[in-house]
Design a protein around this ligand. Structure first.
Ligand SMILES: O=c1ccn([C@@H]2O[C@H](COP(=O)(O)OP(=O)(O)O[C@H]3O[C@H](CO)[C@@H](O)[C@H](O)[C@H]3O)[C@@H](O)[C@H]2O)c(=O)[nH]1
Ligand SMILES: [Mn+2]
Length: 697
């Protein structure tokens, strides 16, 4: 069983990686093709002012506002699921700073447009400033000063809490999960100037405990409707609050793909890679995903198109409204446009249904002369009960039913027959922050794997999408590879225990003599080929090994829990939601050098969570098996057959090597040590396993 599963996984990977494709875009040629640049709505989501410090969101927003794109064609919307006055305050202050930041960036063609990155030591060559012209030096100092003031204002506000008066008065009675809609137009580009500052709008949708809010997918759907009423741009760029722009021309890059006259028939969205700043050296927790993006991402791009990963992506609005490519080719008329059905699909707001009809017909951009005129209608569509009985989350918008709403939404789009394309650029389009310790990392992998398994077990299972939809067969295999991470925990765990079982019971699972060459050759080729992939991408050998090790640890720990949690959810025994990943506060320019101390230098840390029990147990079992072998305590091999041999010992030692961070954790102190309660539980389980292997043959 396990081996068939591994073989199947191998087939899906090979098929996915078989013919990779990478898109190169030339923004300078865009203007020869299109007469006028289209409008683009920018979506930023944030959910928790503690886990996602407002200064991070502010940097993302500033980097978006400073895009190299006509500012009258951009509108930036920030969705705040935390309903936090700190976020609004931070954004209001940021919009003031933006008035010096944007002209500064454009005048000196600054490459990094998130101020905390620009002013940090690592990305900025101080020599340039010191040796640069006097005028630049003065302005640089003034802008830096402005940014530092902004930081200290936000810091002061969050530590001392702000006065809830004037525009913040609405927050005086709000609770995070129970409050009316709050929409504030922070800045409106009233004159429509192209070199000014884009619109900036704060949206905190209504929350009411009696209506499910569907986490991020729900927030994205509210943003879709609110923007539909306010600016209704044909393209939507969405980023998480922790993903700032790293290439100010990225919108043009994405438009090269989306506005391609040949591609327009098919390409639904352009997905940029997800890369991270302040990554730990050699990727000790396997979360930088560089090689996955190149090989798996590039591979699916060569089939029907890259997966949607929830951030750094430009969507076509009409695709989000449920249009299929087939309809598009005809004339844009389809049953989504029939007025009798529209309010069932899009809800009861007439204004919104009208704007959606326009978007679907391709007549999208109705420049709203005054954003505040649409505030009432916008509040209506942001209400918590608005979606009741409509198709939002089922047929249109971001899909509900999984905490991996991104993959689910992308899958739904692909199953309609759309293609997608990856959008690479130099420098890389966006940079974000990623988990900086093993506990956060394990939590994130668990959420992803359970969300993905929900996709696999749900109505939009890739297999069904191929049978009844237009998902291509090989794309289906790629989606199966992705959505079954949690299932893989079972064979992985069995196989990690197998060598120990063989040693303890003195039996074997590897062939003897020459036959042994087969698994040995497989083992070596697998390792060499993956190592070559890493080296070709410019990664170190160390990061290859760290990733190999982390994949195994992830598969047996968080994925195992994801598997169990999803089963329990499906059986309606327990439920889980979307746990927001903690983001580290960016270091200010002066504190930059302390960063490496703060994140434990990549050492594993543990807590009392049960998620570390399987790993500890597996390690203890291997150690016991190796000891039993060392002292020769094995029983006699059964019925004259071969007992365990060198192969089994080697495999067991390999598992110990993989679990080295846990081995260190057994002896570590404080947060670096595995808690005693976990060790006790694991010891009991390990003894139970050893007992079973010895006596039950
Ligand atoms: O109720 C919620 C929960 C989350 N978010 C936002 O969702 C984004 C992603 O959350 P995060 O905790 O950072 O998750 P990650 O694991 O880092 O996110 C990856 O995985 C998610 C799916 O699990 C995708 O949605 C993300 O785009 C992708 O970056 C953040 O901007 C949050 O503010 C909300 O808006 N509302
Ligand atoms: Mn994130």
């Amino acid at each position: 069983m396990c081996e068939s599963w591994f073989t199947f996984t191998w087939l899906t990977i090979i098929s996915t990686k078989w013919n990779p494709s990478y898109t190169i875009s030339y923004p300078s040629r865009l203007f020869s093709r299109v007469a006028e640049l289209p409008a683009v709505d920018l979506f930023v989501t944030t959910a928790d002012p503690v886990l996602e410090p407002p200064i991070i969101t502010v940097n993302t927003v500033l980097s978006l506002l400073a895009l190299d794109y006509p500012s009258n064609k951009l509108a930036c919307y920030v969705s705040d699921d935390g309903c936090s006055p700190f976020n609004l305050y931070a954004l209001v202050e940021a919009s003031k700073f933006a008035k010096i930041w944007i002209p500064f960036c454009k005048k000196y063609n600054v490459k990094t447009r998130a101020p905390f990155r620009y002013f940090s030591d690592s990305s900025n060559n101080n020599n340039n400033i010191i040796n640069g012209p006097e005028e630049f030096k003065q302005e640089w100092l003034a802008v830096k000063d402005g940014y530092e003031q902004l930081c200290s204002k936000i810091k002061k506000a969050t530590t001392k809490s702000i006065m809830l008066d004037q525009e913040f008065h609405v927050f005086s009675t709000t609770q995070q999960n129970n409050h009316p809609t709050i929409i504030k137009v922070i800045w409106e580009n009233k004159e429509g100037v192209s070199d000014g500052m884009p619109h900036l709008i704060y949206v905190s949708r209504e929350k009411n405990p009696i209506h499910p809010h569907h986490y991020k997918a729900g927030a994205m759907n509210v943003l879709t409707r609110v923007t539909g009423l306010m600016t209704n741009a044909p393209y939507i760029l969405n980023v998480d609050c922790d993903m700032h722009v790293n290439n100010p021309e990225i919108v043009q890059h994405a438009l090269c793909i989306l506005m391609d006259p040949k591609g327009q028939k098919e390409v639904a969205f352009a997905q940029c890679p997800q890369l991270f700043y302040d990554g730990l050296k050699d990727d000790p927790f396997g979360n930088q995903l560089v090689s996955i993006f190149v090989y798996i991402g590039g591979g699916v791009s060569g089939i029907q198109g890259i997966f949607y990963v929830g951030t750094n992506c430009v969507h076509r609005r009409k695709v989000i409204y449920g249009l299929s490519p087939h309809h598009h080719i005809q004339n844009g008329n389809n049953n989504l446009g029939k007025s009798s059905k529209k309010d069932i699909i899009f809800g009861s707001s007439e204004e919104f249904v009208e704007s959606a009809a326009q978007a679907l017909k391709g007549k999208t951009f109705t420049q709203n002369t005054n954003l505040c005129n649409s505030l009432e209608a916008a509040k209506e569509v942001a209400a918590s009960g608005y979606e009741h009985g409509t198709d939002w989350g089922k047929q249109v918008g971001w899909m509900y039913g999984s905490s991996a709403e991104d993959v689910l939404t992308g899958l739904k789009i692909h199953s309609k027959g759309w293609r997608s394309e990856s959008c690479g650029s130099d420098p890389i389009a966006f940079m974000g922050c990623t988990a900086q310790d093993s506990i956060v990392q394990v939590g994130q992998y668990q959420r992803w794997a359970s969300g993905l398994l929900e996709v696999f077990l749900g109505k939009n299972c890739p297999i069904l999408c191929t049978l009844f939809g237009k998902l291509q067969f090989r794309q289906c295999l790629a989606y199966i590879w992705l959505t079954t991470w949690a299932l893989r925990s079972v064979p992985e765990t069995c196989y990690a225990l197998l060598p120990a079982y063989c040693i303890i019971s003195n039996s074997h699972f590897l062939p003897k003599d020459l036959g042994m060459l087969i698994p040995a050759v497989l083992f070596v080729t697998y390792h060499i080929s993956t190592l070559l992939e890493y080296l070709k991408t410019g990664l170190s050998m160390r990061s290859w090994w760290n990733n190999q090790r982390m994949f195994r640890i992830t598969a047996m720990n968080p994925w195992m829990f994801a598997f169990v949690a999803t089963l329990l959810k499906k059986l309606r025994i327990s439920d889980y939601g979307f746990l927001v990943t903690k983001k580290e506060q960016p270091s200010s320019s002066d504190e930059g050098s302390d960063k490496s101390n703060a994140n434990d230098g990549g050492r594993f840390i543990f807590n009392k969570s049960l998620v570390f029990v399987p790993g500890t147990t597996i390690l203890l079992v291997q150690l016991t098996a190796l000891l039993i072998n060392f002292f020769g305590w094995q029983p006699k091999a059964r019925s004259g057959g071969h007992g365990s041999g060198f192969g089994e010992l080697l495999c067991s030692a390999y598992v110990v090597l993989v679990y080295l961070p846990f081995l260190k954790g057994l002896f570590g102190k404080g947060k670096y040590g595995i808690p005693l309660s976990t060790i006790c539980k694991s010891m009991a389980l390990a003894l139970f396993f050893v007992h079973l292997s010895m006596y039950i043959v």
